[in-house]
Design a protein around this ligand. Structure first.
Ligand SMILES: *Cc1c(COP(=O)(O)O)cnc(C)c1O
Length: 445
């Protein structure tokens, strides 16, 4: 059997580099790199054998097997020794059966993939385990890496700091001052990162981190580092596995820097190449109206990316005006018969809190994806019998300010259609029963 193998390759496939090299862009054409697997080696196992192996690992208590990412390690980083893996048992995220919400939207099958049900509360854990494991491996082999750094709208830094703290590797995070939630800010502080709040936006932090990491002793953890994509792409086989290796018709994902949609497409590419699935889903990206350069490019037929100054949005993790993974995301939309939608602040806030009424607990970014779904259903651009999976990117608990303000109806410019106000009453049975009788009748579904 051919040994499993992977290397970095540029987007045009003209130059390659070993995964142990500290490199993020092609030295030939400057394009972002991707991890390319030896597909012949992967094909030496039949689809049935892979599915059996993945099912067996689901029942195993071995550290690598308990991670959704590393349980598919041959597709991720096939050559890393298991003892170098840094895992927080990420992945295996619930596929929430959202049939109550589906019914409200006039459709039959809707799932929400809860990628934020994870150690640091966002899908960034899925990719960060791969990046930090590879850095850990390189340091153990003697590489001169002093620290790992990232620019972040909040969730990347939380993930980086947790994995680095576990591995004992110093981490550095650059955040746009005052633009993250309290939960996002306190995570890297607690995990001991060097935290710098810069007086700029995400795009400004990104420029600084690229300068800081230029000499290679500080390793860059942003999504232009394609190692993270390898972890995030396991969302795709995991959804299929959870559905009994059946492919949903449509997937809706919120996009900012566009690394995650690239990862989703790459996951399906790899599944197709391995014969694990035999059809493609449609991939739809949802952006916030206040930061929608990808949507605008899509509207112009993908002529080119014209960076915008991202305006403030409740979906703070996607307040990005110059998405680094644009070329990969364009390819994803083209290869997966995709679409890009833009959602207003009102739409995202209502969509998130409407979904909460059915047992979810949505962050604003998940609200963006659900807002897109609501729109597509009302225009019948998603058919009633289409099977849809919405990617939820963070846990609602990270965005308490958003949720409290929504229910208090104090979000600027937004009237909260699904607010659930607290009832104030004296501690007397009469007035209490009056409220209960009225409200219980209102809530029957
Ligand atoms: C990072 C992030 C996104 C956007 O992902 P990209 O890969 O940048 O498109 C969406 N939602 C949340 C909660 C995030 O943390």
């Amino acid at each position: 059997m051919k040994p499993f193998h992977a290397q970095f390759q540029n987007i045009n496939g003209t130059d390659t580099y070993p995964l142990d090299q500290v490199i993020y862009r092609s030295t030939v054409d400057g394009s972002l790199l991707e991890v390319r697997h030896d597909r012949e080696a992967l094909a030496s196992r039949s689809p049935a054998e892979w599915k059996k192996l993945f099912a067996e690992r689901r029942m195993s208590f071995k550290p690598a097997d308990m991670s959704g990412i590393w349980s598919k390690r041959e597709m991720v980083l096939p050559e890393i020794p298991e003892e170098d893996i840094v895992t927080l048992q990420e992945g295996w995220n619930p596929l929430f059966d959202a049939s109550a919400l589906a019914k409200e939207l006039g459709m039959n099958k809707l799932y929400v993939k809860l990628c934020g049900n994870s150690h640091t509360g966002s899908f960034k854990d899925l990719g960060m385990t791969v990046l930090v494991s590879q850095v850990n491996h390189m340091i153990k082999k003697g590489a001169a890496i002093d620290a790992v750094a990232c620019a972040s709208t909040g969730d990347t830094s939380a993930a980086l700091s947790a994995f680095c703290a576990k591995a004992g590797i110093p981490s550095i995070v650059f955040l746009p001052a005052g633009k993250t939630s309290i939960a996002q800010l306190i995570q890297p502080i607690s995990n001991g990162s060097i935290v710098l709040a810069l007086d700029t936006d995400f795009d400004g932090c990104m420029q600084i981190v690229q300068q800081v990491t230029a000499d290679n002793r500080i390793y860059l953890a942003n999504s232009m580092n394609s190692l993270r994509v390898e972890g995030q792409k396991t969302i795709s086989p995991e959804i299929c596995q959870q559905l009994g290796w059946h492919v949903p018709d449509t997937i809706i994902i919120p996009g900012g820097n566009l690394g995650n949609v690239s990862a989703l497409a790459k996951g399906f590419d790899d599944c197709l190449a391995m014969g694990l699935i035999d059809k493609k889903p449609r991939i739809i990206v949802a952006q916030a109206e206040n930061a929608n350069p990808f949507y605008q490019a899509y509207q112009r037929g993908f002529d080119k990316l014209i960076p915008v100054k991202a305006k403030k949005t409740l979906a703070s993790a996607i307040q990005i005006g110059n998405p680094v993974s644009y070329p990969k995301a364009e390819r994803a939309i083209k290869n997966y018969n995709g679409m890009v939608l833009s959602v207003s602040e009102q739409e995202l806030a209502d969509a998130a809190h409407r979904a909460d009424r059915t047992g979810l607990y949505c962050c604003p970014h998940t609200g963006v994806a659900l807002g897109a779904l609501t729109k597509l259903r009302s225009e019948n651009k998603i058919a009633p019998d289409e099977e849809v999976v919405v990617i939820s990117t963070a846990h609602g608990l990270k965005f308490t300010e958003f949720k409290v303000a929504y229910h208090e109806n104090t979000l600027e410019g937004i009237s909260s259609k699904f607010a659930n106000p607290i009832f104030k009453a004296p501690a007397e049975i009469g007035p209490v029963m009056d409220i209960l009788k009225k409200e219980m009748a209102n809530r029957r579904r």
